[in-house]
Design a protein around this ligand. Structure first.
Ligand SMILES: Nc1ncnc2c1ncn2[C@@H]1O[C@H](COP(=O)(O)OP(=O)(O)O)[C@@H](O)[C@H]1O
Ligand SMILES: [Mg+2]
Length: 291
């Protein structure tokens, strides 16, 4: 039985207690996941995570490490819990009515659900890019400057300018927008808007970027650009991407996690998952028998 996040973080336990909790969960955890759920250099760790929407058990006892500077793909049939799991990582589920998360999640060994953790700060450290690009109805410049402003990251206008430029450069968008920074972000093409949203996430120096089907509203050329970008971003960030495209998972990720009805069925090197899946359900999915 997992303690609730609240109970675990009621920090009478302190750091040592927390380590015990992690070990305890590791020993107790028997989710039946096939493959190596831990990595040598984790950025985030989830241990025995369950998610409920009211009575609906959407994520079942999921234990998984997210490694530093890796792209990990979450795949599985619609409704299997990919988005729900992703939203646990930066507490986006906190905002969902009736949603309850139990288990243990850390970012660089800090308890993500600790009372001391400010969800707004957490969501800067663990940024998110959604399926439908959602730029603010503001100038391109302000879309990027918004986060650094609210988090007090830039000390001067010159510094803010520098953050805006470098974020847009990293997102591969600078050359396309540098002459129209004062024009609305909503006026860009879909692919440009999505790169703008990635630049907005980057602007607050995240550790991890979560992407929930970031290309499903884009054409193939815009998709190719985002995929190229994901590969470059891996040098500086950890990326967790949900995709319904197995080709995309194979192209962009180093590890793949396969979910089915809320269970993490299998995780492994992406090439292994797609060429030599070990679990029958994974095999059925990747060979197109269902999904
Ligand atoms: N806000 C919600 N309220 C109730 N049930 C939800 C909510 N969001 C998702 N679910 C349910 O949780 C399960 C997992 O959903 P989701 O994480 O969106 O799956 P996926 O992203 O893999 O398609 C589904 O059965 C879905 O219907
Ligand atoms: Mg989803």
């Amino acid at each position: 039985m997992n303690a609730t996040m609240g109970t675990l973080s009621d920090a009478a336990t302190g750091v040592a207690g927390r380590a015990d909790a992690m070990d305890g969960l590791r020993i107790r955890n028997f989710s039946g996941t096939v493959g190596e759920v831990t990595v040598a250099n984790p950025r985030m760790r989830t241990r025995g995570v369950d998610v409920y929407y009211g009575d609906k058990h959407a994520i079942k006892n999921v234990t998984l490490d997210i490694g530093s500077n890796e792209v990990i793909a979450m795949i599985g049939p619609s409704g299997c819990g990919k988005s729900t799991f992703l939203r646990c990582l930066n507490r986006m589920n906190d905002t969902v009515e009736g949603c309850r998360v139990t288990g243990h999640i850390t970012l660089d060994d800090k308890d993500v659900y600790d009372r001391q953790m400010d969800p707004v700060v957490l969501r800067a450290q663990v940024g998110m890019v959604f399926q439908k690009p959602n730029p603010f109805p503001k100038p391109i410049y302000d879309n990027i400057a918004y986060g650094p402003r609210i988090h007090g990251i830039a000390a001067s206008r010159a510094e803010l300018d520098e953050i805006v430029e470098s974020s847009l450069r990293r997102a591969g968008l600078w050359d396309e927008v540098k002459d129209r920074l004062d024009q609305p972000g909503t006026g860009l093409s879909g692919g440009q808007q999505q790169r703008l949203c990635i630049a907005r996430a980057i602007a607050v120096s995240p550790e991890v970027i979560l992407m929930d089907e970031p290309c499903s509203a884009l054409d193939p050329i815009a998709t190719a650009k985002i995929e190229e970008l994901i590969d470059e971003l891996r040098q500086n960030y950890t990326i967790c991407i949900v995709t319904h495209s197995m080709q995309q998972a194979a192209r962009v990720s180093q590890r793949t996690a396969y979910f089915h009805l809320g269970d993490l069925i299998e995780v492994g090197e992406t090439t292994q998952i797609f060429t030599n899946p070990r679990h029958k359900l994974t095999e059925d999915y990747i060979t197109g028998r269902f999904g």
